[in-house]
Design a protein around this ligand. Sequence first.
Ligand SMILES: Nc1ncnc2c1ncn2[C@@H]1O[C@H](COP(=O)(O)OP(=O)(O)OP(=O)(O)O)[C@@H](O)[C@H]1O
Length: 250
Amino acid sequence: MNVEINHLTKSFGGVRAIDDVSLAFPSGSLSAIIGPNGAGKTTFFNLISGAFIADSGEVLLDREDILQLSKTERMRRGIGRAFQVASCFPTMTVRANLMAAVTAHAGRWASLSHRFPSPGMRERADDVMEFVGLTDVADVEANILSHGDQKLLDIALALALEPKVLLLDEPTAGMGPDERWRMIERVRALWERRKLTLIFIEHDMDIVFKVASSIRVLCYGKVLAEGTPDQIRNNQAVIDAYLGAEENAT
Ligand SMILES: Nc1ncnc2c1ncn2[C@@H]1O[C@H](COP(=O)(O)OP(=O)(O)OP(=O)(O)O)[C@@H](O)[C@H]1O
């Protein structure tokens, strides 16, 4: 599914968090959004998913403007989102969480209150679980999962809704180096197998340069640069505003 953003703007009081941003994400592309703290990255996601209402601009999904649609309607159109903070039922097991998501997506809220789930729901929950690599912890309560597994559960919950566009906000945040690479390999495999339009926000530049085919740089709510990893690595404005600062900080 194609995502095209035109002249998107959102202010909070005097702060222009997103300032006349136009970006296109072709169907099936894998893109990273980078930029300094406060650049507007999460706000940008919130405007696509419908968590925030834009002041002006367009969000086109396969050329249909969805800016006036609610969060739920956008989800139905195929926009999925995993959050920095896990958004599951903490005292339910991994499998139960996924079955709830799959059942809700199938429009069978009523069957959530029944002891026995509808046929096929368990299989679909198990498929998603296997896909992200959570089968070993199927019967573990969500709140005692490792940090990495909680993030995988979050992604799995988004996948249970069968999105065509997936927004991942810092999928590797708070992870150690090994866990980070494992997570990003899974994200990449997910993108390859599901043919999703995947957009992720990431601070770790090694990961961004290795994984993304296209990178967009936001700075003070504006698009500072966009291009391939090589173009971004060598872009002087990006080095000055972001990469130089990152290197000095490490
Ligand atoms: N709900 C809100 N109310 C008021 N101001 C907000 C709100 N959300 C974001 N902002 C402001 O908008 C600007 C952009 O914030 P945003 O969180 O989108 O940046 P970011 O690039 O995601 O930052 P980080 O890398 O630190 O997560 C900041 O100045 C922030 O303070």
